[in-house]
Design a protein around this ligand. Sequence first.
Ligand code: NAG
Ligand code: NAG
Ligand code: NAG
Ligand code: NAG
Ligand code: NAG
Ligand code: NAG
Length: 366
Amino acid sequence: MAVLCCAVLVLVCVLHSASDTVVSDMDYGGVPLWINRILGEPSVMSLQGRMDQAWFQTSNPQACPQQCECPIQWPTALYCDNRGLAELPDSLPDTVQYLFLQGNNISSLSSSVLSNVTGMHWLILDRNQLQSDKLDPAALQKQTQLSHFFANHNHLSSVPRALPAGLKQLRLAHNQISSISSGAFQNLHNLTLLLLQGNKLQTITDGDLKGLVSLNLLDLSGNLFSTIPVHLPPSIQQLYLSNNSLSGLDEDSFVKLLNLKYLRLSHCGLQSRSIHPQVFNFSSLVELDLSYNKLTTIPTVPTTLQYLYMEANEIQEFNVTSFCREVGPMSYSTMKILRLDGNKMSYHQLPPNWVFCLRVLESIYI
Ligand SMILES: *[C@@H]1O[C@H](CO)[C@@H](O)[C@H](O)[C@H]1NC(C)=O
Ligand SMILES: *[C@@H]1O[C@H](CO)[C@@H](O)[C@H](O)[C@H]1NC(C)=O
Ligand SMILES: *[C@@H]1O[C@H](CO)[C@@H](O)[C@H](O)[C@H]1NC(C)=O
Ligand SMILES: *[C@@H]1O[C@H](CO)[C@@H](O)[C@H](O)[C@H]1NC(C)=O
Ligand SMILES: *[C@@H]1O[C@H](CO)[C@@H](O)[C@H](O)[C@H]1NC(C)=O
Ligand SMILES: *[C@@H]1O[C@H](CO)[C@@H](O)[C@H](O)[C@H]1NC(C)=O
């Protein structure tokens, strides 16, 4: 038995240093999975099957907090999720880069708990009890390597202050955030994704999103907006505003968003008479979701639009001019998918010339 243990221990050391070098060479590219297990390294896999987790933890007390699981083949990751923890484990190994804490009972983050950790890349705190007044701003400020911070489904009432400037993704969906303090994002020049759906936001003022010069995706679905927020970063390509009760759309609602490609406005109570007819006629748009509204007509869309979702409205007429300004050999719509099911019209109501306009259509639902 002793001989076997030694043999295993030697193997562990060899593999440990081997995967250490792998990890430092190669970031896992943002997929928080048991990557190595899936990608292979058969020797590691077969060893994993024989490894007694408890034995590994007692042999490496420094490296692995009791409450967590430390995958030997991914030594910079720490799995402490779904364990009913009320606090972060004390004495985190200072090598941790990927910390999984989702599904616990954590309400606070103190500055001391991460004080020895300097290389954190991902911090996942979804489905906890985090409260804004119990988040010490200093806790995250020093994490200069932090690129992904997830705190969906918590009790936050404001955007955490002093977020580190290297963040690329910030997920704060399903909290109780009712306002963003001016300048909250001013240093986050590399942030590409910001999730704020399922909060209590009513407006976004001039300074709120200032600094987000790389923002690509902004999800504001399921908030309390009654108009399209005016002060949005012009870099946005994907804007989700479904499940807000919007009173209408002005001609210039999206006019500053020159890169906007994907726009979702389903479940917004929109009516045709309160929408400016040209509001969606801008050429960057690729996909438009207007499903589950109260629209009676199809608005004018750019000929370059490829996906239009208008199911579950009250549309009664189909006018080719919505899609094509004119129809000719070189002028037609590039629409691929058109959903008009759940409206007040049927297939035989389509005018005879529709096929000349929508000539590259792949699917139509009526
Ligand atoms: C979470 O903590 C609260 C009090 O802080 C406690 O009442 C509750 O039972 C805890 N829940 C779990 C799942 O541990
Ligand atoms: C940080 O490291 C010091 C020195 O190793 C140790 O005494 C202290 O307990 C550590 N703090 C935490 C929060 O792990
Ligand atoms: C932002 O990204 C650029 C390019 O990847 C990088 O050089 C820079 O250091 C990042 N900024 C911060 C504050 O991490
Ligand atoms: C919007 O609300 C509907 C109905 O409650 C729900 O089915 C849908 O998932 C929600 N969509 C989004 C994007 O929040
Ligand atoms: C839509 O926009 C295009 C390109 O800017 C423009 O040529 C066209 O006249 C607009 N459509 C309508 C119906 O005004
Ligand atoms: C279609 O719309 C155009 C422009 O709004 C209008 O001139 C035309 O009469 C409409 N056609 C039908 C059949 O309603």
